[in-house]
Design a binder for this molecule. Structure first.
Ligand code: GAP
Length: 441
């Protein structure tokens, strides 16, 4: 198990998963870039989530713009209510979230005891649309993707001819000027959300809330997460967002403790009703079967993509002593990703730099690349190369050795068990396919 985030931060940089944004300029706080392996991991996670949503006949997809009419954020309550109480240290000028301070009269940064009164600090980033930098042209970078779905409720319902209950799923960037970002990618100022809003008839909302709690829990379990590190936390009345009737967080046990990974909220008809008020347009739905007209309630599942990636990295991280001599230690670090999200599915390793082996290994790489994300690696001892692939979570390594030239077979080494199989080259594609699909099953 991963003991501290710092170990992961170094692995992510060393292997090319995640880098600090603008690093050569000293970095910009709470913004991160995904490197070659990170971007594969991210795309895989998004795809698994996306498929789990839009493969259902009752869910449609959407990709709304980041910039929206400013009235949207008035209607949603973000202009007036999306703020955290902030206290500033009068000495070092550090700003702290008032609700996070154990002792609001003492600065945790410098120890000074002259602190400002708490003041509300809006978390939305502002910019200007058009050539004039004036209040009238202020627009916001969306702080959640959800509002793009609410304002398109009718467009999607009518164009896709959906009947209630149905949902709309979306993946996209969101921005929050967090006062206390940190813990690597856990809380950043630019992040991606994977949200789904499920529109239901009022009165059926509790039932659908339970349904989505189950579906979302199963999602993590099917992806091979350790379910002992998962729990639901129900919001008490003092924690509920202004729009919510009920809310559950799916919490994950990160090295920094139990933290929210995803929220499942009963948003009632709050958002659609607010948009009706502010836009003057009816967003009521007419149910043919009952001849009833109503504004639907919304059950929302809202996951942070970057936070899910962080959880996947933490969950996959293992350190194992693989020494055959119990008196000695030979540590391997291995990321035991589910093959669906592993950035590289299979690596191809010629045992030596002998041209015949390289040629064969290149041919296998190019054949396997038709179906899988493959990495070719010929640098260093075979032991070192296995360790490198373990550390980036590659489920299978195909080694081309001298015997391969004679018997047209290769050795396949399995990441988790480290077992090795000899496989005929002509069958390697099917073999890899089968092993990746058998994982965990
Ligand atoms: N539409 C509802 C909504 O946005 P939220 O609980 O504020 O609800 C949902 O956010 C999810 O988005 C969180 O569970 C978390 O995974 C992710 N998230 C929120 N703020 C974040 C931040 N500053 N950095 C990274 N992820 C964040």
């Amino acid at each position: 198990m991963l003991k501290d985030l710092q170990t992961l931060v170094s692995l992510c940089k060393r292997r090319g998963f995640i880098f600090q944004s603008s690093e050569i300029y000293g970095g910009i706080n709470a913004c991160y870039d995904y490197g070659p392996l990170g971007v594969e991991l991210k795309m895989n996670i998004k795809k698994v989530w996306w498929d789990s949503m839009v493969s259902r006949t009752d869910i449609e997809g959407l990709d709304a713009a980041i910039l929206m009419a400013p009235q949207v954020w008035k209607a949603s309550g973000h202009v007036d209510g999306f703020s955290d109480p902030m206290i500033e240290c009068k000495s070092c000028k550090a700003r702290h979230r008032a609700d996070n301070l154990k002792d609001p009269s003492k600065c945790p940064n410098c120890g000074n005891s002259e602190m400002s009164e708490p003041r509300q600090f809006n978390l939305m980033f502002k910019t200007f649309m058009g050539p004039l930098e004036e209040t009238a042209s202020t627009v916001y970078l969306r702080p959640e993707t959800a509002q793009g779905i609410f304002v398109n409720f009718e467009n999607v319902q009518v164009s896709a001819r959906k009947k209630i209950p149905f949902g709309i799923a979306q993946i996209g960037k969101a921005f929050r000027n967090e006062i206390t970002p940190g813990n690597f990618t856990f809380r950043t100022r630019e992040f991606e959300q994977m949200e789904m809003q499920y529109f239901v008839k009022p009165g059926t909302d509790d039932e659908y809330m339970e349904m989505w709690k189950d579906i979302r829990k199963n999602f993590y379990s099917e992806l091979g997460f350790n379910m002992e590190r998962f729990r639901f936390h129900e919001h008490g009345s003092d924690e509920l967002a202004h729009y919510a009737k009920g809310a559950f967080d799916i919490e994950y046990e990160f090295p920094i403790g139990w933290q929210e990974l995803e929220g499942i909220h009963n948003r009632t008809d709050f958002d659609l009703t607010q948009h009706e008020k502010f836009s003057g347009k009816s967003l009521a739905y007419f149910e043919e079967a009952s001849k009833e007209k109503f504004v639907p309630y919304v059950i929302e599942t809202s996951a942070g993509c970057d936070r899910m990636i962080l959880a996947a990295l933490c969950d996959a991280y293992n350190e194992e002593n693989v020494s055959s001599d119990p008196a000695k230690e030979d540590k391997r670090v291995v990321l035991k990703f589910h093959p669906k999200i592993a950035p590289i599915k299979v690596s191809v390793l010629p045992l030596s730099k002998k041209p015949q082996l390289q040629e064969l290994a290149h041919k296998i790489t190019s054949d396997l690349s038709q179906n899988f994300r493959v990495q070719y690696d010929e640098t260093g001892s075979i032991g070192k190369r296995y360790r490198r692939q373990d550390e980036i979570g590659t489920p299978l390594c195909v080694t081309v050795d001298f015997e391969s030239l004679e018997d047209n077979s290769v050795t396949v080494r399995h990441r988790d068990s480290m077992a090795q199989d000899r496989v005929e080259m002509s069958k390697i594609n099917n073999y890899v396919f089968e092993k990746l699909n058998q994982f965990g099953g």
